[in-house]
Ligand binder design. Sequence first.
Ligand code: AMP
Ligand code: MG
Length: 433
Amino acid sequence: MNTSPASDRNLQGITGCLSDYDPEALKVQQAQDIMREYIQPVCGMEKLTIRQALGRVLATDIISPINVPAHDNSAMDGYALRGDDLVDVQKLSLEIIGTALAGAAFMGAVMHNQCVRIMTGAVMPAGCDTVVPQEFTSKISDTQVKLSAGNLHAGDNRRLKGEDLAIGKVAIRKGKILSPADLGLLASLGIPEITVQRRLRVAIFSTGDELRSLGEALEAGCVYDSNRYTLYGMLTRMGCDVLDMGVVRDNPEALEAAMRSACENADAIITSGGVSVGDADHTRQMMHRLGDVAFWSIAMRPGRPMAFGKITSAGKSAYLFGLPGNPVAVMVSFYFFARQALQQLMGADVPPLPLFNVKSNADIRKRPGRTEYQRGILAMRNDGEPGVSITGSQGSGILRSMSEANCMIILHHDQGSIAAGEKVSILPFEGLI
Ligand code: AMP
Ligand code: MG
């Protein structure tokens, strides 16, 4: 692959090493690989309090400054005792010599045949290594308890110091997009502030003479611009700052001016429309003039035309994603190309998408030789297994199919038609929250 220094990296250098590179029939996987090879993360970090860091990309490894838990402690409400007293459990009767609460340790020493009443999370008293749960005991008096049932071994129901996380170990790796659990984990380590990658600034604009912005009258043959809204939503969820540049008319001068301004003010530019064969010529020339841009026809549906590269204006550069105009094609191209590229650009780890195999509820027609992205509804079937159905008409302009869907069905490049009951790959749109 490309061995030139990162700053010299150009598309020709990368694609020249691919024996089967055909810009007119590029496989999805190849386009994704080229992008991964080409993109260099932006530099820039900032220090934030952990609450502000939700959804941001961690810039340095977090090393645990403490043991979690800090002390051996009880995993149950019950009685702490010495494991070597567990010789004949059924007959064991113990003297209760005190109480250990979470936050109020028992300070004395525990001798043979003695125990301490203990609550979950309380520090294990000196000499004790085992907790018998409350429900396996019967109290004889305020100072005497008998073990009644259960199979108890030395060390049971005790959480060891450092068992969640030992001091000096990596708690969260650099590149992680911080989740609610990560905020909690950082707090549990006593860390109030962390360093994250700076936010990406992404400029978006739509091209097309037929497009009208909200608030404008819709003349015959015109449509409202919806792409800037779906893009805004997807970029905002990714934690990007969105620079919305509106609708740009289909003419080379207007397009060049918008491109330059976007390039001077953002890390990446996402346009929609104007890259299909009919439009491409003047756009192509202008983009070649501004930088290193490839025009692809990708073997996928919806989608197909896409421009990708990097442009420069007034000494500033930005990555360019020229997506097709059709509203569903925009979302699909964003999810399967721009998303991973932007995550890489923001310095995040980009794990493979979590695809699942589930039964298709009906036949699906599909031609081998391209990747198809159908909009699906995933639900439990009567047989208790998950099943997926497509959301009616799958035209690439039908945004309603996207709105009704809760997952994407991915029919792979070499796959043919699917019979009802066969399994297909799906990608759920949403996680827990
Ligand atoms: P294009 O890729 O420019 O040829 O556009 C393909 C189709 O998508 C046309 O029917 C356009 O009217 C429609 N389209 C393009 N951009 C937008 C947009 N921003 N919002 C809604 N529809 C669009
Ligand atoms: Mg157009």
